[in-house]
Design a protein around this ligand. Structure first.
Ligand code: ATP
Ligand code: MG
Length: 382
């Protein structure tokens, strides 16, 4: 019978919390496979998925589960010499260099690992006359894993998975999701560290188009392949931007805008009980992401921590991740983001908190934050 063996790595480091992490991982795996035929078993620290009919779909979904380090498609046979030998005899490997590796978790198995590996190697050679044994540089490594449950698992490929921590095991945070390249990557990276995620998007309709909003919805949809269902809070920033544009020094447009975004984000966190804010900022990428700008933006927050997983990454590194999670093609669609509306020619690169506060003196900040919050629209992405 064909099965998938699942392995997890970092989970083991979590000591007392291990059970919680494991339960979270198991329920994430089951949710991910929802709608497909399958059976899930835990035996002696191994997760095994079996009785599935859509192998390709099962494998591709499992590869998106955070917390799994690798998986192998394996043949499950009864753990006796004859059953294992019969299966090994049926393997066709052409003229490849190979090695057989036997592991016995169950030491009551009657033959030693080394001896059995040699015998099985002989069987492979008998049926593949051009194949060669190569213990040091094999093209195919045939693994025979003899377990306690009177089952043996035979496989020759180990596929790397995403690693990380089970989704949701670190709590829940708010991702500031624009239509760009960086913020979906930031969301993916923090989800990988176990954070469940809700999204917050600001639009400036009619300055930004409905297509720009659609684009963000499709990015959220793409992210939901990793996060499961995702709630997206959509907020109108039009009035806020008009007011800043009308009353503040143009070079402070973006600084003030970002400070108001953060205030709104913190309020959304409070309202929905979210523990942190996530952004796609990367040091020095644009004027609003210098050390000074980030300081001035950050300083409006009362208590929430901001996670900026892209902060130390080059654009190419971010693009590489964006492509690997299939967001890139959507992210580069040429629709305006609200950050590009009323964009000043020379945004300030080294703002100070006191100057930003002075500019904000021309605005009714509390009122603008309330106004933005009152426009909230909630979309659930599945
Ligand atoms: P991105 O590629 O993620 O759009 P960026 O390089 O364009 O980032 P900025 O536009 O300065 O940089 O935005 C920095 C961060 O602020 C974004 O990564 C995102 O987290 C947040 N952000 C920007 N615009 C919006 C928006 N319209 N709605 C929600 N968050 C936003
Ligand atoms: Mg942007």
């Amino acid at each position: 019978m064909k099965v998938v063996l699942l392995r997890f790595g970092e989970l083991f480091l979590k000591g007392g919390n291990r059970k919680i992490f494991e339960n979270c991982l198991i329920s994430n795996i089951k949710n991910k496979l929802n709608g497909l035929n399958f059976k899930f078993n835990v035996t002696h620290g191994r997760y095994i998925v079996s009785e599935f009919d859509d192998e390709i779909e099962i494998l591709s979904r499992l590869k998106t589960v955070f917390g799994l380090s690798s998986l192998s498609l394996a043949e499950e046979v009864v753990a006796d010499v004859k059953s294992i030998s019969d299966y090994i005899s049926s393997i066709k490997i052409g003229d490849k260099k190979f090695k057989v590796d036997v592991k016995r978790a169950d030491k009551t198995f009657p033959i030693s690992s080394m001896e059995f590996a040699k015998d099985l190697g002989g069987l492979v050679l008998r049926n593949n006359e051009n194949a060669k044994v190569d213990l040091y540089n094999p093209e195919i490594e045939i693994n025979v894993d003899i377990r306690f449950n009177n089952k043996a698992y035979i496989y020759h490929e180990t596929v790397q998975c995403l690693g990380g921590l089970p989704f949701g095991s670190s709590g829940k945070a708010l991702l500031l999701l624009s239509g760009g390249i960086d913020s979906p990557v930031a969301g993916f990276m923090m989800a990988k560290r176990g954070l469940a995620i809700e999204g917050l998007h600001f639009h400036s309709y009619p300055y930004t188009s409905l297509q720009a909003k659609e684009k963000v919805l499709s990015l959220a949809k793409q992210l939901s392949n990793y996060t499961g269902e995702m709630r997206l809070h959509i907020i109108s920033f039009t009035k806020v931007q008009e007011e800043i544009h009308k009353r503040c020094a143009p070079e402070f447009m973006i600084t003030i805008m970002r400070r108001i975004m953060m205030r709104v984000a913190e309020r959304i966190c409070e309202k929905y009980n979210l523990g942190a804010i996530i952004t796609g900022e990367s040091l020095g990428q644009v004027a609003s992401q210098t050390m000074q700008s980030l300081t001035v933006t950050n300083s409006v927050l009362k208590e929430k921590v901001v996670f900026r997983p892209c902060i130390g990454m080059d654009k190419e590194e971010i693009v590489k991740i964006s492509k690997s999670i299939d967001c890139f093609e959507t992210s580069i669609l040429p629709y305006e983001d609200c950050c590009t509306v009323f964009l000043p020619k020379n945004p300030v690169i080294k703002p100070t908190i006191s100057r930003a506060e002075r500019e904000e003196g021309f605005l009714d900040i509390d009122n603008l934050v309330e106004l933005a919050l009152s426009s909230e629209e909630l979309v659930v992405i599945k």
